[in-house]
Design a binder for this molecule. Structure first.
Ligand code: CA
Length: 736
């Protein structure tokens, strides 16, 4: 029955929608009113009935089941050849963009670097409002994997964002004005937030990152209206001398043994993945790796170390544990289970099963019963050599003992980047396939022999020596050749690959699948592409001049379908490996892109010019000093500026430092002269002598690169050099 109140609300919505559709003359006020009205009704009712309004993308995975499947089909395998750019909008970001936009009645809400939030007109790209939480840039040193953000949640007229420095902020969806904000972390610890909040039953749920640096993971639920904390679920046990916070922690504590993990934090951060089943009233949380990585260093007595690398199902009303499934017991390889989780109802052996699916970093694709966590099946979706298989009776991996590397180094597949990282998967109910942005790569694991916890530092406890870049060009070429990436269509019933598209490189973007029999993916080689969902056939691609890591979404305005993606190369792989070595004319300027059939907008060709590596000053170091400088660089600098002093292009490549920067080395490196743009001062860490060793190593690499660039190597090994010897983007803005 319609009450007067609902009629009034509906009329307001209709008037507002009419205003935003341009039927009335639009003013900033009328537009704000329209956004206020259309977002006010975004609640569980609308999200759970999302298929009734396929033109919207109301929640992170479109729906609570996180399938990332759009029912829209005007853009389909037949028409996609006509797809063109409708509009683009420059985000002014030069680092990684990972957000999934939320689209409500023609307004696109998304995030950029440093947790900035944008609201854009979905028809034109025009900026409606922008919010900058002004994250202190020095906090960037705690972001293992770039100063990224994966998006907002919209609920009852508000937009929620988690900030890199640990705040949860509620904004007015109409204006971007702050309604409330709350600190979700202990600021004495190196916590970060990069994941998107989810709103479930009027609770804003948010986790955090920092597992590499030394924190104790948890998930918190806040009242949407007031920001008041409702519950907190800790993922690993704390100080054993203190009482347990919950029965879950009492259970978890029995699986940790010896060591002083609680001083370091233990890890188990839930930094990205959630899903919700409203019928079962279960909130699923993906939990991260341990700190330090190797179990011997944090729990020397052994044990499973719950709830590391687990999927935990919680009662969203009070945050209590209902069931858990641990993908990697006794986690030792940074094998997080924070990867995207998808809920679906599928027929297995003649029975309709309510399943949860995940392809965590450890390389196995899991299908579990989401009502109770029962193991159904798992098979390797990429090369795996840490376990032979998952025992179907126990649901536990059958490990290959050498992979735990009790001594020395073990080359283990998958790498710490995972067989699949955070890049969202997608599930298409018509094909029955889950699509995986897969990574094929190994990692030389070794325990740091003299590991000591250093507050605020990268406390993974791994020995960097085997990770130092090979010195010969031939060995570097072999290393790059071993890093592969592909798009896989995975049949979760048969537990096997249905088809695969091998990509030119790895660290490709997240996925969208549609009722148009399509899978959309941005690639690391700077293309946005559509593949047939049933066969993998390439149907369309378009250059976007930057690597894409984020996942696309689809929406419609006045019946016209759009596919949108935020394009900006970045993330941990990019920063550390320095890939893709300035391939072709790729740049690092972030953009929000929207495509439609017959779209005729043109992206400006990047303004690329040729610049040689400038001759650096002479810094004389002995061989031993150079080795020390190399180790210090790879301890403190390489996670942003790149291994071997090769930047992934979104953070300055130190080989190209101008003379003025060389002469001010200590002012920048120790005193923090560029702190406001994200380069913190390392005075507390690097003494003047150590700073000189790092400088000497950087100079050594620049000189080596100049020599290599003048040789025949770049022609012989273009995959190693790309265009790194000469091509640079002109007039690159200062890093933001
Ligand atoms: Ca990690």
């Amino acid at each position: 029955m319609l009450t007067l109140k609902t009629i009034t609300v509906q009329m307001a919505v209709l008037a507002a929608v009419a205003a935003i559709s341009g039927c009335e003359r639009e003013t900033p006020q009328s537009r704000a009113d329209a956004i206020r009205a259309s977002t006010a009704s975004v609640t569980a009712t609308r999200i759970q009935a999302a298929d009734a309004e396929p033109g919207n993308w109301l929640a992170h995975g479109r729906t609570y089941d996180e399938q990332r499947h759009s029912p829209l089909s005007d853009i389909n395998a037949e028409t996609v050849a006509e797809l063109g750019l409708a509009w683009y909008w420059d985000t002014s970001d030069t680092r990684g963009l990972e957000a999934t936009p939320i689209v409500v009645d023609g307004v696109v809400f998304t995030t950029g670097t440093w947790s900035r939030v944008y609201a854009n007109d979905g028809r034109t790209g025009e900026l409606i409002w922008r919010y900058d939480p002004e994250v202190p840039k020095a906090w960037g040193k705690y972001a293992c994997c770039d100063v990224v953000n994966r998006g907002v949640a919209v609920w009852k007229g508000r937009v929620f964002v988690g900030t890199l420095d640990g705040r949860l902020v509620a904004l007015d969806a109409a204006t971007g004005d702050v309604v409330w904000e709350t600190l979700t972390i202990d600021p004495e610890r190196p916590y970060t937030i990069t994941g998107a909040p989810r709103v479930v039953k009027d609770l804003v749920v948010i986790g955090n990152g920092g597992g590499e640096y030394g924190v104790r993971g948890y998930v918190t639920a806040y009242d949407w209206e007031t920001g008041e904390e409702r519950w907190r679920f800790w993922t690993v046990p704390g100080d054993p001398s203190q009482p347990f916070e919950s029965p879950a922690m009492e259970l978890a504590a029995t699986t940790w043994s010896g060591g002083n993990w609680w001083e370091i934090g233990g890890g188990g951060t839930a930094w990205d993945s959630f899903a919700f089943d409203p019928d079962l009233n279960l909130l699923y949380v993906g939990v991260g790796n341990g700190t330090p990585w190797n179990r011997d260093l944090r729990s020397p007595g052994g044990g499973d170390n719950l709830f590391l690398a687990s999927i935990v199902a919680l009662n969203p009303d009070d945050g209590s544990r209902v069931w858990h499934y641990q993908t990697t017991p006794g986690e030792t390889w940074d094998y997080t289970a924070t990867q995207h989780m998808i809920l679906a109802d599928i027929e297995i052996d003649g029975t309709n099963r309510k399943v949860i699916m995940q392809a965590p970093k450890n390389g196995f694709f899991y299908v579990l019963d989401r009502t109770n966590g029962e193991f159904i099946s798992a098979e390797a979706y990429v090369p795996v050599n840490w376990a032979t298989h998952i025992d179907p009776t126990t649901g536990r991996p059958v490990e290959i003992p050498e992979a735990r590397h009790p001594e020395g180094t073990a080359l283990v597949y998958p790498s710490a980047h995972g067989g699949h990282n955070w890049h969202p998967m997608a599930y298409n109910p018509a094909t029955g396939y889950a699509y995986i942005p897969a990574i094929e790569m190994a990692f030389p694991y070794a325990k740091k022999p003299d590991f000591e916890y250093l507050p605020g530092a990268f406390n993974s406890g791994i020995d960097l020596t085997p990770l130092l870049p090979p010195k010969t060009v031939e060995a570097r070429a072999a290393m790059f050749a071993s890093m592969k990436g592909h798009l896989a269509a995975w049949d979760p019933v048969a537990q096997k690959e249905a088809w695969r598209v091998q990509h030119p490189s790895t660290w490709n973007g997240g996925l969208l699948t549609t009722a148009g029999n399509l899978v959309f993916q941005g690639r690391s080689d700077g293309y946005f592409a559509a593949y047939a969902a049933d066969t993998g056939e390439l149907k369309w691609e378009s250059p976007v001049y930057t690597g894409i890591v984020a996942a696309p979404v689809s929406y419609a305005i006045d019946g016209e379908q759009y596919v949108a993606v935020i394009a900006g190369w970045g993330g941990s792989f990019t920063l550390f490996t320095g890939a893709p070595r300035h391939k072709g004319n790729l740049i690092s300027e972030g953009r929000l892109l929207a495509f439609k059939l017959g779209g005729e907008a043109l992206l400006p060709e990047p303004d690329v010019t040729h610049v040689n590596i400038p001759e650096p000053p002479d810094i004389e170091l002995s061989e031993a000093e150079l080795a020390q400088g190399e180790m210090l660089y790879h301890t403190w600098c390489s996670s942003c500026h790149g291994s071997d002093v090769h930047s992934g292009s979104s953070v300055p490549d130190l080989k190209y430092l101008p003379a003025a920067a060389h002469s001010r080395w200590n002012v920048i490196v120790r005193e923090g002269a560029y702190e406001t743009v994200g380069m913190p001062g390392f005075k507390e860490i690097l003494g003047e002598a150590e700073s000189r060793l790092v400088h000497g190593y950087v100079v050594n690499r620049a000189k080596a690169a100049i020599a290599e660039c003048q040789s025949d190597y770049p022609k012989q090994y273009p995959e190693v050099f790309g265009t790194a010897c000469t091509k640079r983007v002109v007039a690159a803005a200062a890093p933001r």
